[in-house]
Ligand binder design. Structure first.
Ligand code: FES
Length: 165
């Protein structure tokens, strides 16, 4: 029996030790907002936050995350009380089919936290480090792990830049 803290709620999960965190979330807990695109770390549709840091939940085992704080798209906002990043995606049409959108939004929230913590990217490092300005190139680099097959990238970048503090 696993105990997973997801969106502030503890879930007891009866599962095989080989179950990925993504499958535990979707199939055992019923949180289907995190999507399975590739199931091998290439698309970012499954992105969740673990202790505030973004990870591909398809690449990690659920059993590794007892005691962690896991946040999925369902934990960021609710209808009528959207997270500012969700609101910005709505206002900028930061999606087309929408399949990648939960991963994009969760990843963007995690990315903002990385910037606040001073984590460099290749773009900001090439500019000599220092405070990061979330230019289009900076956002594109930092979000490069999240693919959009519809190619809604310009609107996604606009949304993220607006929601960034
Ligand atoms: Fe996890 Fe694609 S489903 S990265």
């Amino acid at each position: 029996m696993l105990r997973l803290n997801v969106n502030g709620e503890v879930h007891e999960v009866e599962t095989d030790i080989r179950t990925s965190l993504l499958d535990a979330l979707r199939e055992h807990i019923g949180l289907t907002g995190s999507k399975k695109g590739c199931d091998h770390g290439q698309c970012g549709a499954c992105t969740v936050l673990v202790n505030g840091r973004r990870i591909n939940s398809c690449l990690t085992l659920a059993v590794m995350h007892e005691g962690d704080e896991i946040t999925t798209i369902e934990g960021l906002g609710r209808p009528g009380h959207l997270h500012p990043m969700q609101q910005a995606f709505l206002e900028h049409d930061g999606y087309q089919c929408g399949y990648c959108t939960p991963g994009q939004i969760v990843s963007a929230v995690g990315m903002i936290g990385e910037v606040a913590a001073g984590w460099p990217s290749h773009v900001s490092a090439d500019l000599g480090g220092g405070p990061v300005e979330l230019s289009e190139a900076e956002v594109a680099e930092r979000m490069s792990g999240n693919l959009c097959r519809c190619s809604a990238y310009p609107n996604i970048v606009d949304a993220i830049r607006e929601a960034a503090p």
